[in-house]
Design a protein around this ligand. Structure first.
Ligand code: NAP
Ligand code: GCO
Length: 259
């Protein structure tokens, strides 16, 4: 039996019109899953549907703000009616605000926490009853290097992603008895629109990250396809509360010695 086969499974990937969520959805579709995704605007959702179709994937897209609990609950009910019970959830939607802590407003801090931490709680809570009734489920939270490390200007984001690591572990404990595996993926620095400002030609951060990464390159969304498929498949049925870091070695590395 192919443990990585997702045939017959319905997967919801949040914020997956492009970027990391899109690549993860591709991996699941290639393994046989039915793909459902949401994004903030109809323009983004339609763009995503067209991109998936161009890749041969018949994805269903819905407009939904993951921070809106009522909208999320309505979305999950609609998916259940139109597609079926959600077997796999990837809490991928996220934002970042790069502002020095002393300059960051509480409103900005709260918005990042709302999207990156509270929303994964909201969406997980919405899909869990269906998974419990079905007797199985997979939830994958997209964490970060900032689940483990800090850096200047990302206090809200690091607080959210650190909290998301612990939310992952806590929900894993609460729902393991229902055969629901809750795990996380911690990407390193990945080339997507979210990091585009850091990859501007001549931006010092680009050389910095290459030096901090033993693999000596930025990651790509495709680097996350296999790890996500592992955590979405029966190959990980005894993996609970684990954060799988896909970072080219960043977290293992003290840093290059001065030449
Ligand atoms: P991205 O390019 O910024 O895409 C994030 C997606 O989430 C966008 O489609 C965005 O829509 C959507 N989104 C934002 N707020 C939302 C909301 N309230 N409701 C629904 N959708 C919402 O990000 P990415 O680089 O692909 O990252 C995806 C995830 O991986 C994020 O959680 C990020 O924190 C995490 N991550 C990224 C990296 C990296 O290096 N790129 C590394 C580690 C972890 P809009 O286009 O409207 O904003
Ligand atoms: C930043 C980057 C990182 C990446 C990612 C690293 O400003 O430091 O945006 O936070 O997005 O989270 O894992």
């Amino acid at each position: 039996m192919n443990q990585f086969n997702l045939t017959g499974k319905t997967a919801l990937i949040t914020g997956a019109s492009y970027g990391i969520g899109y690549a993860i959805a591709q991996a699941f579709a290639e393994a046989g899953a039915t793909i459902v995704f949401n994004d903030l605007t109809s323009e983004l959702v339609n763009k995503g549907i067209a991109s998936y179709a161009a890749d041969g994937i018949q994805a269903r897209g819905y407009v939904c703000d993951v921070t809106d609990e009522a909208a999320v609950n309505a979305l999950v009910a609609q998916i259940s009616r139109e597609v079926g019970t959600i077997d796999i959830l990837v809490n991928n939607a996220g934002i970042i605000k790069r502002i020095p802590a002393i300059e960051m407003s509480a409103a900005d801090f709260r918005q990042v926490i709302d999207v990156d931490l509270t929303a994964p709680f909201i969406v997980s809570k919405a899909v869990a009853p269906g998974m419990i009734a079905k007797g199985s489920g997979k939830i994958i939270n997209i964490c970060s290097m900032m689940s483990e490390l800090g850096r200047e200007t990302v206090s809200a984001y690091a607080s959210a992603k650190g909290g998301l690591k612990m939310l992952t572990r806590n929900l894993a404990c609460e729902w393991a008895a229902h055969n629901i595996q809750v795990n996380g993926i911690g990407p390193g620095y990945i080339a997507t629109p979210q990091t585009a400002p850091l990859r501007e030609p001549g931006h010092p951060f680009n050389d910095f990250i290459i030096a901090k990464t033993p693999a000596a390159r930025w990651g790509t969304p495709a680097d996350l396809k296999g790890p996500a498929l592992f955590l979405a498949s029966s190959a990980s049925d005894f993996v609970n509360g684990h954060i799988l870091y896909v970072d080219g070695g960043i977290l293992a590395y003290i840093g290059k010695q001065p030449q």
